[in-house]
Unconditional design. Structure first.
Length: 173
């Protein structure tokens, strides 16, 4: 029995989206990144204002995963115009975020969010889905490769006051 549902977020969902973004980023990177960098990153990149702007922008899609009982946010994804130091095309879109709380790993949420992101990107007329991931995040990289992504570049990424190496993946739609 499915205990969750996916739905497109609106501007009114910005606080819930920001909550799950902060929680999932902390959960994913505690012990990997410095605590102060995590806090600074979440404040700058995952505030309710950031999510409200994405939800209001026709070029972006924010999808929430909610628990069926009580509709608490337990995962999310965000599609945006791409921002990578690689050759890009007019019909590229970035899967900027895709996170699920670890308590719900193995329930099919990651693949469901990816399927929804691909469908949303195709509905927007996009031809390639791009994403960046911490180069040392082997679990995420294996997931993306299983979903049909292949390496297409690299970038440096700042979290708080520290720089990290990301790899850029792409998938034709």
């Amino acid at each position: 029995m499915t205990k969750w549902r996916l739905r497109r977020a609106s501007v009114d969902d910005a606080p819930a989206a920001a909550l799950i973004a902060g929680a999932s980023f902390l959960e994913t990177f505690a012990g990997v990144l410095r605590g102060a960098d995590i806090v600074a990153h979440v404040e700058a990149k995952s505030s309710p204002a950031v999510f409200a702007a994405w939800a209001h922008d026709d070029r972006c899609v924010v999808t929430l995963v909610e628990h069926q009982s009580g509709a608490a946010p337990i995962g999310y994804s965000v599609l945006t115009p791409p921002d990578f130091p690689i050759a890009m095309h007019a019909r590229d879109i970035e899967l900027r975020r895709i996170y699920v709380l670890s308590r719900f790993h193995g329930a099919g949420l990651g693949p469901a969010l990816m399927t929804r992101a691909v469908a949303d990107a195709q509905a927007m007329g996009m031809s390639r889905l791009l994403l960046g991931v911490l180069s040392t995040n082997t679990r995420a990289r294996a997931f993306y490769e299983k979903q049909g992504f292949s390496l297409c570049g690299e970038r440096r990424f700042k979290v708080g006051g520290s720089w990290f190496d990301d790899v850029v993946y792409g998938r034709d739609l």
